[in-house]
Design a protein around this ligand. Structure first.
Ligand code: FAD
Length: 388
């Protein structure tokens, strides 16, 4: 098996996790990434205990503990009264779940994976390598790049994100769906916030159809701010469309002082917005010689912070399946069996979580029994030991 050639389409967090897992299992995968240079867009990323266990299995605990912050509490407040409606103590997280809950700059997470993988496979990432088409046959897969060059592989891993071409080539074209949610984001240097006092850890304010979230990154030097809100339509394709701060301010008018101070401190040229899309759940995430992972397989809304986390789980489980199997067919069967039910559940629960957080009666968050990532048991999962 370790002589099999493996092509990974997409060098995001999911593709690189799979690449590193496979390299550690003795394979030499090649990652084809369309971008001409490496570097993640985006800002903060919560890496929940289920994903941290997978990253620790890949030997990344030291790098993570140097670069990530560990929120010791998570709070949800009322958008008008500022009252605490949900308080989650994260201090017992390691004992409860066997790993910490971490928050990290996306670029740092990406860089940790790139470094670890290229130390093992120095020529393992091909940049400016957009895969334009793919054929599969009994003897292997052929990938054609947008510059016309071709390469072959025994296994193709489709880690090419929400608008995955690999998914399209294998399963046909179900449409990407606008979910009715948009996200705004801004990163604020802590030094720009003057004497603003902020409770430690992460804090969200919830209101009808809107949630504003802030948490520290890079040891508190940066404050990551995200607003998730409903919007009837969305035209932009980009992850990096510039947002109008006045629009954000208008959407959160009357929200507590801390929210206003944070919005006022966002650099108007560095405030971005993008539409949130998903796709219908698949009934299979593999086909002969192809495995899908991450957003290519199961894009989900960010309300449970499980998009990248589930991509990390996929990468770890897939590499374990490859290491444990006698042939490719067996490995793909194991992967499908181990992952499909969980990722389908995560997709559905992430949407439901958004409905609860943005409900028209915000008070329900306090009155109704808490239903979140913790209570749903999502963090207990360990991709390093789950049966395959
Ligand atoms: C507002 C917001 C907040 C979020 N917060 C969190 C969070 O806190 N925690 C969390 O776990 N998740 C979070 N997510 C979700 C997370 O960002 C994604 O689920 C995750 O990045 C998916 O990783 P991926 O590797 O599957 O795909 P991507 O990151 O999309 O990577 C796909 C890669 O494939 C490349 N590619 C595409 N097509 C081709 C091609 N034809 N040829 C070659 N390369 C190609 C792309 O350039 C890209 O590099 C959030 C998402 C949003 C929108």
């Amino acid at each position: 098996m370790d002589k099999l050639s493996i092509a990974i389409v997409g060098g995001g967090i999911g593709g690189l996790t799979a690449a590193l897992g496979l390299a550690r299992a003795g394979f030499r995968p090649v990652v084809y990434e369309q971008a001409p240079a490496l570097g993640e867009v985006g800002a903060g990323l919560s890496v929940t205990p289920n994903a941290v266990k997978g990253l620790a299995f890949l030997g990344l605990d030291d790098a993570l503990s140097k670069m990530a912050s560990e929120p010791l509490q998570q709070i949800v407040r009322h958008h008008q009264t500022n009252q605490v409606m949900v308080h989650i103590d994260r201090k017992p997280c390691r004992t409860q779940y066997g790993a910490a809950y971490l928050q990290i700059h996306r670029a740092d997470m990406h860089q940790i994976l790139v470094k670890a993988f290229t130390e093992m496979v120095p020529d393992g990432i091909r940049l400016d390598a957009a895969v334009a088409s793919m054929t599969t046959g009994e003897s292997g897969c052929t990938l054609t790049m947008s510059n016309g060059t071709q390469t072959t592989a025994d296994l193709v891993i489709g880690a090419d994100g929400l608008r995955s071409n690999v998914r399209q080539w294998c399963f046909g074209g179900d449409a990407v769906r606008y979910t009715g949610h948009v996200a705004y984001r801004g990163l604020i240097p802590r030094s720009d916030l003057g004497d603003l006092e902020m409770a430690e850890g992460s804090c969200a304010w919830a209101g009808p159809g809107r949630v504003f979230l802030r948490y520290p990154l890079r040891g508190g030097a940066l404050i990551n701010c995200v607003m998730l809100g409903r919007s009837d339509h969305w035209a932009e394709e980009s992850w990096s469309a510039q947002a109008d701060i006045a629009e954000l301010k208008g959407a959160l008018a009357g929200w507590p002082d801390e929210v206003q101070r944070l919005i006022d401190a966002i650099n108007k040229d560095r405030c971005f917005k993008w539409g949130l899309f998903d796709r219908a759940p698949l009934s299979s995430i593999t086909c002969p010689r192809v495995a899908l992972l991450g957003d290519a397989a199961h894009p989900m809304l960010p309300f449970f912070a499980q998009g990248a986390a589930s991509a990390i789980e996929d990468g770890v489980v897939l590499s374990r399946c490859m290491a444990a199997s006698r042939n490719l067919t067996e490995a793909l069967e194991r992967y499908q069996h181990a992952r499909l039910e969980r990722v389908t559940l995560m997709q559905a629960q992430s949407s439901e979580g958004g409905e609860r957080l943005q409900a028209s009666n915000t008070e329900n968050l306090r009155k109704e029994p808490l239903k979140n990532e913790d209570t749903l048991g999502i963090f207990h999962y360990d991709p390093a030991s789950v049966p395959i």
